[in-house]
Design a protein around this ligand. Structure first.
Ligand SMILES: [Zn+2]
Ligand SMILES: [Zn+2]
Ligand SMILES: [Zn+2]
Ligand SMILES: [Zn+2]
Length: 476
């Protein structure tokens, strides 16, 4: 298996190597430049997410003009070519699903659905109904880490229970419960959330070769999806012999929080340069602000004296006052999240505006909590079609994104795009042009140039350019 994979990856300028204390990794056999595709892969198995307003196409993850499989009512297709390409697999799946009553169907979580597909594909490849290749074979799934020994007893029992359910749905496969339990634990740390170009989740997929790529909080590559194809692009020059890295988590967090997230889901301690750097410095992200409003310092708790002390000017801030504000904010956050999830935007606006006031009083301007509040306010004002306020919040988030994320990061590119669209709506042509340009500069590297999404962005940019040129000539 390893030799076959090696032979398939070498022409792409890649090799799989065993790394000391982090298992396998992917290294480059040649230089890659920013924006260049390092590797792309179809999933071994994938499943669109299912919601009340439909799903996406099983074959290509398209969202429009979908027709439901009339037999099982649980698969969607954008047309006959996707239906055909998926039929060998869906034929078996469809038969099993059609037999289930409604109660059982409701028990099919996304990870169970993904598991069913994975087991069916394994069977079909074994029976040579579907061909296996060097980069699309069950051997690659077999080689993935499972971290079974790191799991709590409770988690293992849960996996075994779902494995039993899988057995009920597909009795003819005569599965081994212990083996399926192990595959579930593999999915938990290897499956990827498939997102659209704007990073909205569309479903899940398992990409065994992409899973070889290790994590870094300062990665040199980024993973995006085109339909259900996973595409890894270089975001900085990667010279020959370098390990390719992507980020598994949202890196907008303190070092402590990132380490906790990675340990809990992926069972390793990150040793990247961002993590080795001073842990204290990243504390600003959840730090309180100085009592002196003209000071840009952030506070750390001094347990001996039970006060928070500004790391810049040394001024201390009363613990009681901070606790009180924290408590009031927390009460509001619960209420605000409830109104937001029930789409009550007017009420959510009132709560989040109040939260923002408290957080400005309490937190440093780079605080992640304050950032999340402002992201919510941006979303709310977009829904309420208050473009002016939305633009204000969009700009406020960008200034923090630029500090939190590397210069080339999909979220920064997308936020500049939102900013540009708002400015365009408000007829701020000059600034819209600047925002679209910034957005293209970033997204051309992370997203490539060939998707519908990028074509739309480029045409917005061109229109803004024409309008700006026209206005300039009208002034002459
Ligand atoms: Zn399709
Ligand atoms: Zn069907
Ligand atoms: Zn790290
Ligand atoms: Zn200070």
């Amino acid at each position: 298996m390893e030799e076959r994979l090696g032979a398939a990856l070498a022409p792409c300028g890649l090799a799989v190597v065993k790394m000391p204390d982090k298992g396998r990794g992917l290294i480059t056999l040649r230089d890659f430049s920013p924006g260049e595709v390092v590797i792309q892969q179809e999933p071994y198995a994938s499943k669109p997410k299912f919601s009340s307003n439909g799903s996406s196409c099983d074959g290509c993850f398209a969202l429009h003009n979908l027709k439901r499989c009339s037999a099982c009512q649980m698969a969607w297709y954008c047309g006959s070519s996707c239906q055909k390409s998926e039929w060998k697999l869906h034929q078996l799946e469809c038969k099993a699903l059609s037999k289930l009553n409604n109660e059982r169907r409701k028990m099919l979580t996304p990870s169970i659905c993904l598991m069913l597909r994975l087991l069916l594909k394994r069977k079909l490849q074994k029976d040579k109904v579907i061909h296996s290749t060097a980069t699309d074979s069950y051997d690659l799934v077999e080689a993935l880490v499972s971290h079974m020994s790191d799991l709590h007893e409770k988690q293992l029992v849960l996996y075994a229970q779902i494995a039993n359910l899988v057995n009920l749905v597909l009795p003819e496969l005569e599965i081994n419960i212990k083996e399926v339990t192990e595959i579930f634990s593999k999915l938990a740390c290897n499956a990827h959330t498939i997102c659209d170009s704007e990073l909205k989740p569309l479903g899940t997929g398992l990409y065994p070769v992409i899973s070889i790529i290790n994590h870094s909080c300062l990665p040199n590559a980024v993973l995006v999806f085109e339909g259900r194809v996973a595409v890894v692009r270089a975001i900085e020059p990667i010279v020959k012999g370098t390990e390719v890295s992507i980020s598994y988590i949202d890196t907008a967090a303190t070092t402590r929080k990132r380490q906790k997230d990675l340990n809990e889901q992926y069972f390793f301690t990150c040793g990247c340069t961002a993590c080795v750097k001073d842990v204290k410095a990243s504390a600003v992200l959840e730090g309180y602000c100085c009592k002196d409003r003209t000071c840009d310092g952030f506070l750390l708790y001094d347990s001996g004296n039970r006060v928070f002390i500004c790391q810049l000017c040394g001024l201390s801030r009363d613990n009681q006052e901070i606790k009180k504000l924290e408590k009031e904010t927390k009460v509001l956050v619960d209420k605000a999240s409830r109104s937001l999830s029930s789409n009550n935007y007017y009420e959510a606006n009132t709560f989040f505006t109040k939260i923002e006031e408290y957080q400005i009083e309490l937190c440093h301007s780079f605080s992640i909590d304050l950032l999340r509040t402002r992201e919510s306010l941006l979303k709310i004002h977009m829904e309420l079609k208050d473009w002016n306020k939305a633009l204000t919040y969009c700009r406020l988030t960008i200034s923090v994104y630029e500090r939190l994320y590397p210069a080339i990061h999909p979220l920064c590119g997308l936020q500049h795009y939102t900013c540009g669209k708002l400015e365009w709506l408000l007829e701020h042509t000059e600034t819209a042009l600047k925002s679209f340009t910034k957005s293209v500069d970033i997204l051309r590297i992370t997203h490539g140039m060939n998707t519908i999404f990028m074509r739309e962005l480029l045409s917005n940019l061109q229109e803004a350019r024409r309008e700006a040129a026209y206005r300039l000539s009208a002034c002459d």
